[in-house]
Write a protein that binds this ligand. Structure first.
Ligand code: NAP
Length: 350
């Protein structure tokens, strides 16, 4: 099979390196080009610092980093974007207008009415919004966005509850890893022996993105789900993995045992289709009273699953639980790759 050629924008960063790692032996996609800033353009990839284990894949070591502009990626069809927001806001539309299929991890387009904000296990039925986007913008390419990394795992955990019982209110407190701030990210002096109770612009994202993803595709737009969200976001001294303590009020009351059952039995299109990066199960339920734990559970499903546990009654709302997931794998690069796998199989990528 001839593989689809892909380019990675922001390939030297925390998310970009995950893309390089996850795509190294991909059965359908092949990394053909790597992009970065003008500080890096022209430099061989191996000359930049690689922060993951195992070592940098051999196939990319001698690739020359390119400036992230459409004309420099003519040998690619798919673009995985992991650039800072200001860059994404400028270049991603240019790529899509030039015919590239853009999968973005950045924030600027997530809430655009005609951009699917997709977690493949949660709302694959939003994919047809791509055709609305192409029609309205006159593009042959498209932009599909990933959710914010914390919103990804929260929404994955909320989806089975919303389907089974209906959500009325959601209250969440996050404990987010330092890799969520990119590389080199938060300074050691700031985060050692510390919890920082503020992550710029994170709470609004967590309060609005789940409602779009759990909404319904209706004609040319998404009807956002009708529940109230309140979020507190904290940066903690953990390398990878975002933990979230969640309380929910449900429209139809449920016991913790019923909630466990809907979490355990949840399956979606990626599992049915057997997509290469799909975790199965996509939600892992832990029964131990002290799980999930960040270090022990973040790699569940190769970092692609959401782990839930401590599912119990909440005396203020109805139920409470803990959710955990890997931020740069499922919460970023892996989430984009799985979206691309689905859309490739469905014929959106030619
Ligand atoms: P990062 O580690 O700071 O990496 C940023 C990347 O963008 C680097 O490759 C950098 O290249 C490149 N870049 C910087 N300025 C640029 C410019 N002017 N033009 C072109 N490229 C430029 O950031 P990150 O954590 O990987 O985040 C990337 C994106 O993913 C952000 O939008 C972020 O919000 C989003 N995201 C991150 C996470 C996470 O857990 N980290 C999760 C979900 C979404 P140089 O090496 O040349 O500077």
């Amino acid at each position: 099979m001839v593989k689809v050629k892909v380019g990675i924008l922001g390939a030297t960063g925390a998310v970009g390196q995950r893309f390089v790692q996850l795509l190294a032996d991909h059965p359908w996609f092949e990394v053909a080009a790597l992009g970065a800033s003008d500080r890096s353009a022209g430099v061989r990839y191996r000359e930049r610092r690689w922060v993951l284990q195992p070592d940098m894949p051999v196939a990319v070591r001698d690739m020359e980093l390119r400036l992230g502009e459409p004309d420099n990626f003519r040998d690619c069809q798919v673009i995985f974007s992991a650039t800072p927001n200001d860059v994404a806001a400028r270049v991603e539309s240019e790529f899509a207008a030039a015919g590239y299929y853009v999968f973005t991890n950045a924030g600027p387009h997530r809430m655009d009415a005609d951009v699917p904000l997709m977690i493949t296990d949660v709302n694959p039925e939003h994919a047809p919004l791509i055709r609305v986007q192409q029609r309205q913008r006159g593009w042959s390419g498209f932009i599909v966005a990933n959710a914010n990394c914390t919103a990804t795992h929260l929404t994955s955990a909320l989806k089975p509850l919303h389907d089974a019982f209906g959500l009325e209110k959601v209250f969440v407190v996050s404990m987010q890893a330092v890799s969520g701030a990119g590389y080199p990210g938060v300074s050691t002096m700031d985060i050692t022996d510390n919890v920082i109770p503020y992550i710029g612009n994170e709470e609004p994202k967590l309060e609005e993105e789940p409602r779009k993803m759990l909404g319904r595709l209706n004609g040319d737009g998404i009807e956002h789900a009708d529940f109230i969200m309140s979020a507190h976001c904290n940066r903690v001294h953990v390398l990878d993995g975002h933990m979230e303590c969640v309380s929910v009020a449900l429209r139809r009351k449920a016991t913790p045992e019923e909630a466990v059952e809907v979490f355990r039995s949840y399956r979606s299109l990626p599992q049915e289709m057997g997509l290469p990066s799909a975790p199965d199960p996509c939600i892992v339920v832990r029964d131990e009273p002290d799980r999930p734990q960040t270090r022990l559970d973040r790699m569940a499903g190769n970092g692609m699953a959401t782990v839930v546990g401590r599912i119990r009654r909440d005396p203020i709302l109805d139920l409470k639980f803990v959710a955990l997931g890997h931020n740069t794998i499922r919460g970023a690069a892996g989430g984009s790759v799985l979206n691309a796998e689905l859309l490739f199989q469905q014929g959106y990528i030619r």
